[in-house]
Design a protein around this ligand. Structure first.
Ligand SMILES: [Zn+2]
Length: 382
């Protein structure tokens, strides 16, 4: 049944028999490395828009569209038909449905940062990788403590508890963390508030992390334990960025992170194009397209790195769609960068399913977001 649906999915969604391994050959394959990429808030129309912006209708494709297996997932959370990034990230990270705002934590508590450890919380996939001796990395364009990376690297009852999230990231010992959010003590919920926002970073330094703030420092970095925080809050949107900039692109962060965590043991890496969501919340087309292209450039780094290897699983999937984004025209003409007619139905998230791209057939077909956890564990041989 499963085999049949995978074949059907491959046929429906363009899996290519000439270039892709058969579904059967992937059934029991395990991988040393897992790269999980999240274009936060991206719907299929965002892909159409970025592709047309770059290539018009002439047949060009975004780089990540070359991945051979395509599926889709339902995104609802435990307490809402419309998920947020915390619950959606937690479903992937921990294999269960969680309440909106919760980070791999089942507490019903209000915003208090703690997560009742007497209750059983599943190990996140990042923790599973860590327990296997693998190296781990979070590479994002939001604050490093933002919902998606936090869902993989903490058990906290509310996504706003940045200080508690960062404490968890140190406790788990995530090896490489690159993104925004220079104030890791922003919005402490449970820990004593402090005016010294370097307190937790000082703790990280004492644990052996190198902490860097600029693109130049990133290029030079050799540390096996690295925290790069390049701006307060999220990184500067591509559409507003002026060069020279001290901030690296997502692609530059991915390039370095891959080289810092690769090795015998293997790794788990989360990469997030965090601000596709933020652009859609603003119904801002130029912002959206800029972040889409940034995300696809990051995939190109991944594609170059995995080119001659078969030991690395790549999964790309959005946590939810944001904005109800659509392209209403032009009619009776083809679209290019200048004449698309963007439209949104909301400033918020929507309930529609999101697309999955992968180099492994098991990720094709119809899925729940929480299914991806077990598939990743299986792919890790767990
Ligand atoms: Zn959002």
């Amino acid at each position: 049944m499963r085999f049949t649906s995978v074949i059907l999915a491959a046929a429906l969604f363009g899996g290519c028999a000439h270039h892709a391994p058969t579904a059967a050959s992937n059934e029991s394959k395990t991988y040393k490395n897992i790269i999980f990429m999240v274009p936060d808030g991206m719907g299929l129309a965002d892909v159409t828009a970025a592709r047309n912006h770059l290539y018009g209708t002439g047949g060009g494709r975004l780089a990540f569209e070359s991945l051979p297996y395509v599926g889709y997932q339902q995104t609802y959370s435990r307490d809402s038909f419309i998920t947020d990034s915390a619950a959606a990230g937690s479903a992937w990270a921990s294999g269960e449905k969680f309440d909106n705002k919760a980070l791999s934590c089942h507490d019903q508590a209000p915003k208090d940062g703690k997560c009742d450890e007497t209750r059983k919380h599943p190990q996140t996939i990042l923790e599973v990788a860590k327990a296997q001796g693998k190296r781990t990395a979070l590479v994002v364009t939001s604050d490093i403590t933002h919902a998606t990376p936090a869902a993989f690297s903490s058990h906290v009852s509310h996504r706003k508890c940045a200080s508690e999230i960062f404490a968890w990231q140190l406790r788990i010992g995530v090896d490489v963390m690159l993104g925004g959010g220079t104030d890791v003590n922003k919005e402490p919920c449970l820990l004593p508030s402090t005016t010294d926002n370097n307190a937790s970073l000082a703790k990280a330094e004492a644990m052996g992390y190198e902490i860097i703030r600029t693109k130049t420092a990133l290029e030079a970095a050799q540390s096996q334990k690295l925290i790069g925080l390049f701006r307060d809050g999220g990184l500067t949107p591509q559409v507003h960025k002026t060069e020279p900039s001290t901030e690296p692109t997502l692609a530059a962060m991915v390039h370095k992170a891959l080289r810092l965590v690769e090795g015998e043991a293997g790794f788990f890496m989360l990469i997030e194009g965090s601000q596709i969501d933020w652009a859609n919340h603003k119904n801002d087309f130029a912002y959206q397209v800029g972040e889409m292209i940034d995300f696809d450039s990051a995939y190109k780094e991944v594609a170059a790195w995995i080119k001659d290897r078969d030991d690395t699983l790549v999964v790309i999937v959005a946590d939810h769609e944001t904005g109800g984004f659509a392209i209403n025209g032009p009619k009776k003409a083809y679209a290019d960068a200048s004449n698309m007619e963007p439209a949104w139905t909301t400033l918020k998230h929507t309930a529609v399913d999101t697309i999955i791209w992968s180099n492994d057939a098991r990720f094709g077909g119809a899925k729940e977001n929480s299914d991806l956890y077990a598939l990743m564990r299986e792919a890790m041989g767990q």
